[in-house]
Design a protein around this ligand. Structure first.
Ligand code: FUC
Length: 855
């Protein structure tokens, strides 16, 4: 059966299932029919099994290569949110470069320097009197924290040498993202060797299985290397590495880690010396790699690392290999199988992944986009599991002691971008580590709020790390004195609520949201000659402006992005207070202050102004497009509700250009989706899926890691989110299906995406750009307002009607955006929107609704 046939059968089963389920539900309501329930459970199981069989065997869910990796960015990543490896797949010497999520340099402690607190009032005064350049110079000399954050660091590498295997044939290696296993196979002297490697979430170990198709064929030596301070030893069949992380910028490396590699043989013999294991003539070898550290939380390093590593290992050894593989697949597929994407398959799919990437600009290879999309989901599951640390700048994969930007959390775009795909691509649980970090920051960030700014609540600047530092990093300059980290990160609390309707979650995190608001309620400053309140000092991330005919500064008061973010933050707290019926008087204060935030402004080129003054330069291609936060990820700029701002934001994006750093292109895919221009969004995907070196700026490495360059994982996540946003949006008061479909994807199917209001878009199938089949599950009930580009009819007659007025569903309420101030020089054009149809469907919780095209 071809993959296409397999998918068709699955689709037919989906329809059959939803119809059967509807009939059965009706029956259950009237007769409480037990037989019907059994039948439904059977249907559910059959479907689940089919979906699983599909992802297990789908050849389109593989990154594969016909040669070993020679560079780190060719190696293939596995991970369970805590334990990760990069696999090179070299026959004669395998390398597994190992990471554990809590192996960071340094020790607990914040990075406050009292000098910053003293400098803030001086900088503020210079800013409000228009002395920007002077404010910048003063900040540059006076803002220096005690440290600039600690680097995330590697554990080391496990090497498996296979003497005499330098000459091989029939080489193949892959990463199957359908079941999260990597494999390598090749032939030496008529013997076929195979390696299967995975990082198990249920068992918390990495397992390497070595097999050969002839008995007694596996002879190999195991050793380890680490760039950390470490000691190597062995204990019979176990290779042991004890290490301590690096000192950095005055902080002592205090994370102790233990790596245990246990070899289990069938057949053959094993001997060891002080630092190596030697295996001879085995039939199969299974290696269990267990790593643990003394890290308990950001302020506590009291875990017994050796005991923890031993406990994981002992427990893992009780399970037969096949069972360990099955439980890992099941745990992974629980998340991964929720979404499928089919954009069509061409012959290009037969080529190795690196060849496809090279040819993507010239080939018709829609499946590479689907693979890249699913790879983003794979990376999020593998680097951000509940209970672990949030995905860093490189996810969880890093081989350097001093990685780029320390591979820490850059929170003026990059960490937020990591989580953009989480809700829409049905991986809501993967946000848990981020929420947990927010809770930590709401404690450590109180110190910065109080001591650096004299404010209540909590705050953080543009970087943090595992110790949850909150004061400026790398000086003031174009980046450091940006007090908005808390404001941006907390948006995820609200969007999680909008997607899930989880009130208990909202209640739990309300203190975090409230603390972030308290800080801004205390620090907003009156803007001269106006009634406005603004954030000062701040910057529009990493971007300088030129004023007074040639002076430069980045430090500013009232950057557009800050106004937008404080507006969101306050609106969210006001809404949360209403939903949870608490903090009403604080909400009133925020309402009054929110009314004094400046409106967005449209400058002389018709652009959305990035700053309070019309300083924008239309020839500037800076990678950050911070003022467009209002269009994505926020919902303040809309073609339907704020058309002038929509047009201005679009003009700004056109002027910024397309090709840029990897993550910048990822952001632009989302923005072009929000501007309802599928072809432009697709152009950005092409730019991003360009091998590095093929253009100025970023692109993609052979292992599909995003290239800033260097590797940053944010671009992977940004583009994954953008692809989803081209197919589904729900921020604008309705659910828009296929809002930005490019001509290149005229036929396809996506299953399992999520929308605000607890709607799961079980299936959208389209042909020639038109939806032909649609299945939506309502988890919370309520009005489902749909916008579609072709007319639909509901199957089952629950009542689809043309939508009118404001959407009554509480998850789709839009805050009122102030009218923009428009420069008299701006030549505004009115926007023209594609014809679309707006429907209302009343839904009940846990019911599924099917639609087809209206011919
Ligand atoms: C921001 C960006 C850089 C880089 C760094 C990690 O500072 O401006 O381009 O991505 O984060």
């Amino acid at each position: 059966m071809t993959n296409k046939q397999e998918q068709n059968i699955l689709q037919i089963k989906h329809v059959a299932f939803s119809i059967t389920k509807r009939i059965i539900f009706r029956k259950m309501k009237t007769h409480k029919n037990a037989i019907a329930f059994t039948l439904m459970t059977f249907c559910c199981l059959t479907l689940q099994l089919n979906a699983q069989a599909k992802t297990n065997s789908d050849p389109n869910l593989r990154l594969w290569y016909d040669h070993p990796a020679t560079k780190w960015v060719e190696a293939l990543p596995i991970g369970n949110g805590r334990l990760a490896a990069m696999i090179y797949g070299t026959p004669e010497k395998e390398e597994l470069q190992l990471n554990e999520g809590t192996v960071w340099a340094g020790e607990p402690g914040n990075n406050l320097n009292p000098e910053t607190g003293k400098a803030v009032p001086v900088i503020r005064k210079l800013l409000v009197t228009g002395q920007y350049d002077e404010a910048q110079k003063y900040a540059n000399t006076h803002v220096h924290s005690t440290d600039d954050g600690m680097p995330y660091q590697p554990v080391g590498s496990l090497f498996i040498e296979f003497p005499g295997q330098e000459q091989y044939t029939h080489y193949y290696r892959d990463l199957n993202i359908g079941n999260a296993t990597a494999s390598v196979s090749y032939q030496v002297n008529d013997v076929t060797y195979k390696r299967t490697i995975f990082s198990s979430f249920p068992d918390q170990v990495i397992i390497v299985r070595l097999t050969a198709n002839k008995p007694h064929s596996i002879t190999c030596n195991l050793s380890m290397k680490s760039p950390q301070k470490h000691e190597l030893s062995t204990n019979k069949d176990e290779l042991i590495l004890n290490g301590t992380t690096g000192d950095h910028e005055g902080k002592k490396g205090q994370v102790q880690f233990v790596s245990l590699t246990k070899a289990v043989l069938s057949g053959g013999t094993l001997r060891s010396d002080s630092a190596n294991l030697f295996i001879s003539n085995a039939d199969t070898v299974t290696l269990y790699i267990s790593i643990a550290t003394n890290f308990k939380n950001y302020c506590n390093l009291t875990i017994d690392a050796e005991k923890k590593a031993n406990n994981y290992l002992t427990a893992a050894l009780t399970k037969p290999y096949d069972e360990a593989l099955q439980v890992q697949k099941k745990a992974y597929q629980h998340y991964f199988d929720r979404v499928t994407l089919n954009l069509g398959v061409t012959d290009s799919v037969k080529n190795a992944t690196d060849k496809r990437l090279e040819q993507f600009a010239h080939d018709n290879d829609p499946q590479l986009v689907a693979l890249y999309f699913q790879f983003g989901r794979y990376l999020l599951i593998s680097s951000s599991e509940p209970g672990g640390q949030p995905a860093t700048l490189q996810g969880i994969w890093n081989n350097e002691m001093l990685p780029p930007w320390d591979s820490k959390y850059t929170i003026n775009i990059n960490t937020e971008m990591n989580y953009w795909p989480s809700e829409i691509t049905n991986l809501s649980e993967m946000q848990q580590p981020l929420f947990s970090m927010l809770q930590d920051l709401s404690v450590t960030g109180k110190q910065s709020a109080r001591e650096t700014y004299g404010a209540r609540g909590w705050m953080t600047h543009h970087n943090t790390d595992i110790w949850r530092i909150t004061d400026p990093v790398d000086g003031a300059f174009d980046w450091g004195l940006w007090p908005m980290g808390g404001a941006w990160l907390t948006q995820n609390i609200w969007s999680h609520y909008l997607y899930t309707g989880d009130k208990a979650f909202l209640k739990k995190y309300l203190p975090v949201l409230k603390g972030a608001c308290q800080y801004f309620a205390d620090v907003l400053q009156p803007y001269p000659d106006s009634h406005w309140l603004v954030v000062a000092p701040s910057d529009s991330p990493e971007h300088e402006y030129t004023y007074n005919g040639g002076k430069n500064a980045a430090i500013t008061a009232g950057a557009t992005m800050d106004n937008q973010m404080v507006f969101d933050l306050f609106s969210e707290m006001i809404a949360a207070s209403h939903i949870l019926n608490q903090d009403h008087s604080f909400a009133d204060t925020l309402r009054a202050m929110g009314n004094q935030l400046p409106p967005m402004q449209i400058g002389k080129y018709g652009q959305l102004q990035e700053w309070m003054h019309d300083w924008d330069d239309p020839t500037d291609h800076h990678r950050h497009v911070s003022h467009l936060y209002g269009a994505f990820p926020s919902d303040q700029i809309s073609p339907y509700h704020t058309p002038q701002l929509f047009e201005a934001a679009r003009t700004s994006l056109i002027e910024r250009g397309d090709v840029s750093t990897g993550w910048s292109m990822g952001w632009k895919v989302n923005l072009w989706a929000r501007f309802l221009d599928g072809n432009h969004a697709y152009k950005l995907i092409r730019d991003q899926l360009t091998p590095l070196g093929g253009q100025e700026g970023g692109g993609t490495y052979p292992n599909l890691f995003d290239a800033h360059p260097p590797f940053q994982i944010d671009g992977n996540f940004g583009c994954t989110s953008g692809i989803a946003d081209m197919l589904l949006q729900s921020q604008d008061g309705f659910i828009y299906l296929l809002p930005a479909l490019p001509d290149a994807w005229e036929t396809g199917e996506v299953t399992g995406l999520r929308a605000q209001g607890g709607f799961e878009i079980k299936t959208i199938e389209w042909k020639d750009g038109k939806i032909v089949r649609l299945i939506i599950k309502s988890n919370l009930g309520g009005n489902c307002r749909l916008r579609v580009n072709n007319p639909l009819k509901e199957i089952g007659g629950v009542g689809i009607k043309e939508a009118k007025g404001i959407n009554p569903n509480p998850f789709f309420q839009l805050p009122k955006i102030k009218e923009p101030i428009i420069s008299p020089e701006a030549k505004m054009q009115s926007i023209s929107l594609k014809k679309s149809y707006l429907y209302d469907i009343p839904t009940k919780a846990d019911e599924t609704y099917s639609f087809s095209t209206l011919n």
